[in-house]
Design a protein around this ligand. Sequence first.
Ligand code: SF4
Ligand code: SF4
Length: 483
Amino acid sequence: MPDRDNTYSTNQIRKISQCHSSYGKKTRLASPKLDRWKDLNKAIVDWLNNDALEETSVKVAEENNFQFYDTIQKRILSDLFTRFRTIYPKRNSNFNHEYLIKEAIKEIDGEEYGITTHFAYEFEDDNQYEYIRLKTAHDPEPELIDRAIITKLKSENEEFYTAAIELDDLVEIEMVENPDEIIDDYFNILEDYLEGRKKRTPGKQCDYCDQASRCGQFPLINADKITNRIREVKISKTNLVKLSNCERRTAWNVQYGLPREDFIEYESESVATKFHQFSQEILVNNEKFSEKQNIESFNQLTNEEDEVTREQLYLKYQQLVSQLNNYEDLIIKESEYILGFTCITEGKGLRDGKVIDQKVATIFTGKSDLAGRLGDIPLIIELKTRPEIPEDFLEAQLYALGASQLMKSEKEIIVLHIYVSDNNASVKERKFGISELESAKAKFEDIAKKPASWIPFDALSPSHKVGEWCDYCEFKNTCTEFR
Ligand code: SF4
Ligand code: SF4
C-alpha cells in the first residue's frame, strides 16, 4: 500500500487537474455546504447507530449535530436528513462508516502512488456489501475516475450506490468500459503535478478554490502574511455589486451557501454572451484587428449562428472595433483575465459555539473580459451590452487594484468600459494612478468590514435592506419569511 503522503483522493486529483496550486494545506475559507454536509453525515451516523425508537433517534441526532445552526440552515439540514431516511430506511445490516475507500495503485519513478475513491457508508448482510456515496448536489453522477476505480476493484459480493438526496433517489453507480485507460489518464495528471507542484492555472476553478489567498493570484494588499487562524470569505464581482445594496443577499451566497430559488438547469446562450465570446476569440493576440479584412473575418467565426444573430453580432463587433481604433499601441493579450486581491480586517468568528473577535480575510475576485497593454501601461477592458450603471466604477476599482498587483504596475492602470449596442458604442476610460489606487484600497478595506462581521453558522446575522433589487433576488421567498 502506498505511503499516506503518496495517496491522493479523486477529489484532490480533480483539483490538481485544474490547477496544481489549488491543492494545498487546509485553510479556513467559508465552505458552508461542506460544513452542512459533514454535520448531515454525522447525524446519519448517529441515527444509524442508535437503537432507540425512530422518533427518538432522529431527535437526538438532530440535537447533537444541528444545534449551532440558525433556523434556516437547521431546516435545510432536517429536510436533507428526512430525505436520506426515506431513500435509505434503517435496516438490519452491519454498518460501518470509517475510512471506506477503494484505491488504484501505480508506481511512478520507483515509488508507489495511490488514488482513492471514498464512500460514506458500508452495509453488510450475509457477506453481501452495499457501499453508499452521499451526494447533495443536483447532479448525482460520480466523476469518471471514481467510476473507473470502482469498476476495476469491484468484487462479486459488492454493490455501489449514490444516495442522491436532492433527487430523492438511490442511484446505482454505473460501471465504465475502459477503467484502466481512465485510471492511467489520472495517474498522468498526478505525474505532471509531481514534476511541478506550484504551477498556477487561474480560471473558473478559482471560484471554488480554497488556496486563493495563498497562491499569489489574489495578493494581500494590507498585510504581509495570512495564517490559519484567520477565517476567510471570497466575494466575486457579482456578489460585490449585490453587497452595496443588501448584505444578506451577498452573505447568503458567499458565507452561508443557502440554496438559490432561481436554480436553472439549462439556459441557452444569449446574444450578449456570444458577442463576448466571439470578440474575445478574435481580439486576443491579433495585431491586425483594426484592418477591414480582419473585421470581416469576424463573420466566419459566427457562421453556425442564424442570420439574425450573425447580423447583430457583426454590427456590435464593428462598433467595438471603432472604439478600440482610438487607441494606438494597443495589444490585447488575454481574455477572461482573472484578478483580484485579499484584504484582512478585524472581525468576528466562532470558537466552541461562542462569538469571538477574530481577523477575517476577504478575497475579492473578478474576471475581466480582456487584458493587455497600451504601450507600457496595463489595460483592462470590460465589454457591456447594457448602458452604464454607477456600480461600474466599483468594478473598475476592483480591476485596477487587482491588476496593479498582478501586472506589477503600481504607477498607472487604465480600465476601459466599452458600452456596445447594434448602432452605437461609447467608452468610459478611467486612469488609476497612485492616489486613485490608494483610495480604491481604502474603499475595499472598508467594504471588507461587512463580511468580517458575519457570524459563521448564523445566516441571520448579516443585515438586510429591502429595495427595488429584491425583485431580482435569488432568495426572495426565504428572505421574506425570515424578516
Ligand atoms: S485561486 Fe485559482 S490560480 Fe490560485 S490556486 Fe486556486 S485555482 Fe489556482
Ligand atoms: S429579498 Fe431583498 S432584502 Fe432580502 S436578501 Fe434579497 S435583496 Fe436582501
